[in-house]
Write a protein that binds this ligand. Sequence first.
Ligand SMILES: [Zn+2]
Ligand SMILES: [Zn+2]
Ligand SMILES: [Zn+2]
Length: 349
Amino acid sequence: MLFECYPSIDANPRRCFPGHSMELRKDPITRSWVIVGDDTDRTSQPGYCPFCPGSPNAPQVISTLSANEHGASPAVAMVHPSPLYRIEGEPHRRSEGIYDAMNTVGAHEVLVQSFRHDIELWQSSDAAISQFLLLAAQRIQDLKNDLRFKYVTLFKNYGVPAGQEFSHPVSEITATTFVPRRVLYELRASRDYYLEKERCVFCDTLNQELREQVRIVESRGGYVAMCPFASRVPYEVWIMPRRHEASFEREALSASAQLNDLSALIRRTLHRVTSLAEAFHMVLHTVPNTYQKSNILQYWKTVNEDYHWHLEILPILATRAKPYFLKEVYYTPVSSEVAAERMRTVAVR
Ligand SMILES: [Zn+2]
Ligand SMILES: [Zn+2]
Ligand SMILES: [Zn+2]
């Protein structure tokens, strides 16, 4: 095995008591889950970086992917110092009249792609990014073995406007007992498209975009970066595999994985994004946990054919304070055609 696990949770008392007042509540109309709780546990930041080597109160290490022969530095998964979800117990889904609530059971991890405090993901070598992707895939796979979890997300918030929590360059993983709303929309829409056409909507989109070459930012090996037709924000860009695959972790952990091409494309795309925007959210959309033995499996029975994993990058531009209605209906002042053209002209090494 490439990594070791430390199942003991006692080393980090905050993880045992992550705020008893937190709970998940479901909006009965939109059916989205919301974390409700006081913020006291998350506001107490230590005065030193918890992820730099030699930190006096480093978070508990979950697994390590050691340095490899290509010169990648070790990548480490740690327990989030003030997690939104806790690993122990059962969700105890309950009703309060017409409402649904459950405990914040789940996992919340921090992926430290480098011990260097001053090197961001897109400033790292392709070998280091590959190492990070491999660790992420292993963590997602491992968390999916826990049948309580229906979805595992990998995401990165960069810049203060994006809600970046630590100054050290990190990404985060959460495992949840529900599928987040945006992913649920995508899964349902992909399934409906497949039922009608027996094709993957992402493959169809990609084929058209590759023919037209208007919204493509860059193709690299088996991966493509493109600005979606109906971008929600300026310079929104998605990275996805050309060949159909629903599961990022299955692809990344397979023997034939071309992680170097994917790493280079992520590095170059984030370089373009950060030259045009001061902050961004990056989120991985991959299949839900199909190990679940419940009717979930039945519900998503065509998911391997109809869904297609991708990374979504949503830049945040400095100046725009939007009126309320624009938050309800997305408005972007930069079309995806112009965005792709501007991004292609950014000089990247
Ligand atoms: Zn640091
Ligand atoms: Zn596809
Ligand atoms: Zn998506």
